[in-house]
Design a protein around this ligand. Structure first.
Ligand SMILES: CC(C)(COP(=O)(O)OP(=O)(O)OC[C@H]1O[C@@H](n2cnc3c(N)ncnc32)[C@H](O)[C@@H]1OP(=O)(O)O)[C@@H](O)C(=O)NCCC(=O)NCCS
Length: 284
């Protein structure tokens, strides 16, 4: 996520169209398409370089999902793998006024530029309470290790008032409608790979959290198992979310610019009201 955020910011430096103060929809729409095309290549290039590998030649005959898997592995993926990633990309593409989309809209509402807005959005997405949760889910499953250790793990977390990644949602108080689709993809993949353990552990976690806290799984809960089963390295999970969400972020930025007004929420001060400075400054 750090590489993606920095690379998107740097692209803005070289794009003469990225002017501030001019909500030029045509120019920004072109930048939006360009960014949607580039994020996957940035992530894949980083992954190849860190492994001492060249990026394979770009191919124009592959879909977005096929192309990303091809870039990171060097091989055209199976139809199943490409279809699964395609569905995951569609499910992550946009989702109302979530934290990263809000960041993008707040940024561009000052009439800053598209690159700044998407850089801000990537920074917001990377946090573990937002898009970073999918990486947290797989780390949690690996920490637990076996199905018979799930109950004690979850009870321990709840007693320490710690969060279980991939559970709960700031808006949904019912099951996230994206979760069942990702759950069936995870079931299909883990079944084919003969490794149903991760899904069984996930389902037990979801069951305990439903019974104990009335909380349901969110989009990140099963997407983690899907990406893991596709053989994707864990630290690319959240960047894949960003690759997909770039389409949503850029669409929101264009919408904001079409009818812009500055965001300026008010805050309610609840601190003490009768403080006075301590003079002189040395005694503070
Ligand atoms: C998304 C999230 C930030 C929403 O937070 P929120 O709106 O404050 O959550 P709620 O108001 O529904 O929480 C109700 C209760 O459940 C607890 N809770 C919420 N999510 C929890 C989780 N994942 N694990 C354990 N307890 C959780 C809260 O602490 C609160 O407990 P309390 O009543 O004892 O104070 C939160 O659910 C979370 O941190 N989830 C894990 C991270 C994650 O998966 N993020 C991706 C979201 S798409």
């Amino acid at each position: 996520m750090d590489v993606l955020r920095t690379a998107v910011s740097m692209l803005g430096l070289y794009d003469h169209r990225a002017k501030i103060g001019e909500p030029d929809i045509t120019a920004n729409a072109a930048i939006a398409l360009s960014l949607c095309a580039k994020t996957a290549t940035i992530v894949a290039a980083y992954h190849r370089f860190r492994n001492g590998l060249e990026v394979p030649p770009i191919r124009e005959d592959l879909t977005e999902a096929q192309h990303f898997l091809y870039l990171i592995t060097g091989e055209v993926p199976t139809d199943t793998a490409a279809r699964v990633l395609d569905v995951a990309l569609i499910l992550h593409a946009d989702h109302g006024m979530n934290a990263s989309t809000f960041s993008a809209r707040v940024t561009v509402a000052t009439l800053s530029d598209m690159y700044s807005a998407i850089t801000a959005a990537i920074g917001a997405l990377k946090g573990p309470l937002h898009g970073g949760a999918n990486e947290g889910v797989i780390h949690m499953l690996q920490d637990i290790g076996e199905l018979d250790k799930v109950d004690a793990f979850v009870e321990g977390k709840l007693s320490r008032k710690e969060k279980i990644m991939g559970i709960g949602h700031r808006v949904y108080k019912v099951l996230d409608p994206r979760a069942p689709h990702l759950r069936s993809l995870a079931a299909k993949l883990t079944g084919e790979l003969g490794e149903p353990k991760w899904l069984k552990m996930s389902e037990r976690i979801a069951q305990i959290m439903r019974e104990r806290k009335g909380l349901e799984a969110n989009v990140d809960f099963y997407s983690a198992t899907v990406y893991y089963s596709l053989g994707i390295p864990t630290d690319l999970f959240t960047p894949i979310f960003a690759i997909s969400r770039t389409s949503g972020w850029t669409a929101h930025v264009l919408e904001q610019l079409r009818d812009n007004r500055l965001y300026r929420p008010l805050t309610l001060y609840t601190g003490p009201k009768t403080l006075s400075p301590v003079p002189p400054i040395e005694s503070r």
